[in-house]
Design a protein around this ligand. Structure first.
Ligand code: PMP
Length: 442
């Protein structure tokens, strides 16, 4: 096997990069060849401080040895088992370990291979749940503006970022959206959960009245909107949404692909906010990013409904070739060991106050119109250029990269989501770099 660090021209042509301006990228490719802890190593040898945990996923830092070893060991033992009427012990162990840190009463895990698959699985479980219960008219889904739920048709349909949807319609019929909770007039520079905005949950009641509540299967939201720009839920918002769902028998799905596995200092956002949904979707931190994996954690109410049917029937005719793949399960078990043995979630909780202070210290810098944070997430919202010119956040993220710091843009915001093992000194460096860049940016 040859190991090449820089692709040649024909290899460049072969690879169609996702989410990327291919031709622009290939003129000046950003290539990584290694990673450990808080850092990537670029092909030119530069060390890059990872302010994004890869893509919101490497919660325990890169190349954690126990995870690497577990993957190697699993690969040598059992490469693959069909997901059709067969299984292997690691899948049961991974599921029960995940259930053990999930909210009480959420004890059943369905495996997928990504966040997108997890979301489509959750939506399908919701519809099938009502079929099983004989409520065949409950088919409608409600998402939320600025929501991101992956790139499958179901996820795209309930998502609320127009740019992601516009080339692909028509999407699933019978979907609606709640408004998002960002209103700078009321929420700018809030620390953690904004005090304003709980009443926006009442839009669900309004939609229920328009459509007839008994036509709504599920509401799906990210407890903290991530890719839409890091929007922590207003105080009381999630509680209100839960109450309206309960009133009308609607399932509540939390998409915890970003918030799951410690990002907010608790295993899941459901626990951090004290609101329990009926289904949780997760991925990313499930394996610390090391092997693709996603899943749906189901509450007992949903599980029991499926298990009440005839024993010789397949309860849910759904799954993927690689659902519960041995490598992914081994990676997930080792990841949960790392989270436990290295106190990763507690560490995130301990670091959050310093993180918040460092983020909000950027207030007053040129063009900064909002700063939002919760757990180890933050967003620095920059004013759009009045002439509609180049998005400042993209330019700022590029300049940070030139200074050896990886952050991302989401619309006009710089978004930050470091590995939860970030040190105080690295937090200081991350925000000092952003501050320097913002001072230079017109
Ligand atoms: N849901 C949320 C909340 C996400 O943030 C993401 C990915 N950023 C997804 C779903 C989709 O996950 P994947 O890219 O693994 O399909």
């Amino acid at each position: 096997m040859t190991i090449m660090t820089v692709p040649n021209q024909s290899e460049m042509e072969s690879y169609w990069l996702p989410f990327t301006a291919n031709r622009q990228f290939k003129a000046n490719p950003r290539l990584f060849v290694g990673a450990d802890g808080m850092y990537y190593t670029a092909a030119d040898g530069q060390r890059i401080l990872d302010g994004m945990a890869g893509l919101w996923c490497v919660n325990a830092g890169h190349n954690q040895r126990p995870i690497v070893e577990a993957i190697k060991h699993a690969a040598e033992r059992l490469d693959y088992v069909s997901s059709f009427q067969m299984a292997h012990p690691l899948a049961f162990e991974a599921a029960s370990r995940i259930a053990s840190i999930a909210p009480a009463g959420m004890d059943h895990v369905f495996f997928a291979n990504s966040g997108s698959e997890a979301v489509d699985t959750a939506l399908k479980i919701a519809r099938a749940y009502f079929r099983v219960k004989g409520e065949v008219g409950r088919t409608r889904f409600i998402g939320r503006a600025k929501g991101y739920h992956g790139m499958g048709w179901g996820g795209l349909s309930v998502a609320g970022i127009g740019r992601h949807r516009k080339d692909f319609g028509p999407l699933l019929p019978e979907t609606d959206h709640l408004p998002h909770t960002l209103d700078l007039a009321h929420t700018a520079f809030s620390r953690g959960q904004p005090a304003w905005g709980a009443h926006l949950a009442d839009e669900l009641e309004a939609l229920a009245q328009i459509h007839d509540p008994s036509s709504i299967a599920a509401v799906i939201i990210e407890p903290v909107t991530g890719s839409g720009g890091v929007l922590p839920p207003p105080q009381g918002y999630l509680e209100r949404l839960r109450a309206i769902c309960d009133r009308h028998g609607i399932l509540l799905i939390f998409d915890e692909v970003i918030t799951g596995f410690g990002r907010l200092g608790a295993p899941f956002a459901a626990q951090a906010f004290g609101v329990t949904p009926d289904l949780i979707t997760c991925a990313k931190g499930m394996t610390n990013g090391a092997v693709p994996m996603g899943g749906v954690i189901a509450g007992d109410k949903v599980w029991n409904a499926f298990m009440a049917g005839p024993e010789n029937m397949i309860e849910l005719f759904h799954g993927y070739t690689y659902s519960g793949h041995p490598l992914a399960c081994a990676a997930s078990i080792a990841t949960l060991d790392v989270y436990r043995d290295q106190d990763i979630f507690e560490r995130a909780a301990r670091t959050a106050p310093l993180w918040e202070a460092a983020a909000h210290a950027l207030k007053g810098l040129p063009n900064v119109i909002d700063i939002r944070n919760i757990g180890l997430l933050a967003a620095i919202e920059l004013a759009p250029r009045p002439d509609g010119g180049a998005v400042r956040a993209i330019e700022a993220a590029n300049r940070c990269f030139d200074e050896g710091v990886l952050v991302r843009s989401a619309g006009d915001a710089l978004v930050l989501s470091p590995p939860l093992v970030i040190s105080d000194a690295e937090i200081e460096r991350l925000f000092a770099t952003i501050a320097r860049v913002l001072k230079l940016l017109q």
